[in-house]
Design a protein around this ligand. Structure first.
Ligand code: ATP
Length: 498
């Protein structure tokens, strides 16, 4: 029987695709050879004759298993599509390959070797295999074929769902900013349990990291939303211009803050005055500083100097420099050293107490009532790295806790950022008084639990992908931030300065 010989390198890539791409180490290897053939046929020029020689031979594959050549139609387990392959190659090479088995085998081997070489160079185990397949095999297709690509993806999803015993119909697919949202109709309610339990297997099966796929409710009965992330090349960006557009709208909130857009692209904003304090945590590089900029710039763009002051504490000394020239900074500067931070926190506690005394004299309960009689600015306190601050001086937790417990009614609000969400940084006393939590991507699910009281942040996509929990009762909302840069910050400061 005619054979297809391949090199040792090619045999290695077959093994890799099988175990790391398809993620089924015992899948038939000939599937990878067929993939290589498809890949080679996508190239317009015929494979060179140089491919006929190989340096280090790997092994031979029987054509019988690759195309079904020589198998009788009645034999079980193999579909003989040798005729189809032969016809394809005949058209491709403009020669009748039904006339010569030898010529057919030679050209088929060239294609397979070329295809495997292409796979070796364009895919590696770190890539998302499904996305790679989509790009490599379906790129540049007409819209009809693009629909075919979507259909293939949908089939893959349905197959993967069937493997975890979920039989579903896809009601709708919406392309979000970084995720595709599949609305799945489950005829049998028991399948919802299977889906919940099988989510990580589903992620694995679709070539995604564990927990990458998330589930949420849908208004329609029997329907759930499955959010499946796309690879970063296919993300849409949330442009910083969205913040400007949002800032131009009327805002009933006292301290409106825009943090980005939800999965399907709706603006996400909240009222920091109602929060009334926020923890913002995520691993290094997850986008904390950029998110802080979004928060600060929202306030600069919507508030005036008479209504708002910032108290800025930046133990790293590098992240909040852009705001050093703000006209009405609390204390007049950005606190960087431990001593400066300690003094600033003490002054904030004194301000809180002085305001409380003033409210008693005025016969009012809080800043809202007081502001009707005399202008008092709210104060937003930003700590850029809580862990650094507390490591330098553990005592600084005391004024922070006092502010967290009592400052709300006096119009002082805390925004505490940290890249180390551990029990030492975010102690029980702070936890119970900081209700709003923003989690960017973290390393471990235990860190996610410290921030949100549940896992999930370890599976975020980084770069401003976040889960926001507004109160203890609500499920966190997924939001993608905008990359607010120096020019947006400069413009926001200019607007506030006026
Ligand atoms: N919303 C976003 N959209 C796109 N890219 C982003 C976004 N947010 C952050 N990034 C990218 O991630 C990088 C790191 O962001 P950032 O400096 O905010 O992280 P960080 O969590 O503060 O890191 P560190 O703790 O090390 O300071 C940015 O330089 C930017 O390239």
């Amino acid at each position: 029987m005619a054979n297809i010989s391949i090199s040792e390198e090619d045999e290695n890539i077959i093994l890799q695709v099988r175990s790391l791409g398809f993620r089924t180490p015992d899948a038939a290897k000939y599937r990878v050879l067929r993939l290589a053939l498809a890949k080679s046929l996508r190239i317009e020029t015929p494979p060179e004759s140089g491919l006929d020689t190989i340096e280090k031979k790997g092994r031979d594959y029987d054509l019988e298993v690759v195309t079904g050549f020589g198998k009788s139609e009645n034999e079980k387990g193999f579909h003989d599509f040798d005729d189809a392959v032969r016809a394809l190659l005949s058209v491709y090479h403009q020669e009748d390959l039904f006339a010569s088995d030898q010529e057919y085998k030679k050209l088929l081997q060239r294609h397979i070797r070329r295809g495997l070489r292409e796979i070796r160079t364009s895919w590696n185990a770190g890539h998302n295999f499904i996305n790679w397949l989509r790009e490599e095999l379906f790129q540049g297709l007409t819209s009809d074929n693009a629909q075919l690509a979507v259909a293939t993806e949908t089939d893959l999803l349905l197959d993967a769902l069937a493997e975890i015993s979920v039989h579903a119909a896809i009601r709708d697919i919406k392309q979000g900013i970084r995720l595709d949202r599949y609305a799945l109709y489950l005829a049998n309610i028991n399948h919802l349990d299977n889906l919940k339990k099988g989510l990580s297997k589903l992620s694995f099966r679709l070539g995604l990291p564990e927990n990458a796929i998330t589930l949420s409710g849908n208004k329609e009965a029997g329907v759930v939303n499955l959010d499946i992330p796309r690879s970063p090349e296919h993300w849409k960006t949330v442009a910083p211009a969205r913040l400007n557009e949002w800032a131009d709208l009327p805002h009933p909130e006292k301290l409106p803050v825009w943090l980005g857009q939800t999965v399907l692209g709706e603006n996400f904003n909240m009222d920091l005055a109602e929060a009334p304090h926020v923890l913002l945590a995520g691993a290094t590089g997850s986008g904390k500083t950029v998110c802080l900029h979004s928060l600060i710039c929202s306030l600069l763009k919507t508030q005036s100097q008479e209504k708002l002051q910032f108290a800025l504490i930046d133990p790293k000394g590098t992240e909040l420099n852009a705001y050093a020239k703000l006209p009405n900074l609390f204390g007049g500067f950005v606190a960087k050293s431990t001593l400066e931070a300690a003094n600033m926190l003490d002054e904030l506690v004194e301000t809180m107490e002085a305001r409380n005394r003033l409210f008693v004299e005025m016969g009012v309960r809080d800043i809202d009532e007081a502001s009707k009689k005399s202008a008092l600015p709210r104060i937003v306190v930003v700590v850029e790295e809580l862990a650094d601050l507390l490591m330098q001086s553990r005592e600084l937790e005391t004024p922070l806790v006092r502010l967290a417990q009592k400052a709300r009614s006096t119009g002082i609000h805390l925004v505490l950022a940290t890249q180390r969400p551990d029990a030492a940084t975010f102690s029980g006393l702070l936890r119970s008084n900081i209700p709003v939590r923003i989690a960017l991507r973290v390393q471990k699910h235990t860190e996610s639990s410290i921030i949100l009281d549940q896992k999930g942040a370890e599976a975020l996509l980084g770069k401003g992908d976040m889960l926001i929990k507004l109160t203890d009762q609500l499920e966190p909302i997924r939001v993608h931030g905008a990359k607010i840069g120096d020019s947006e910050i400069a413009l926001a400061i200019q607007k506030f300065g006026r």
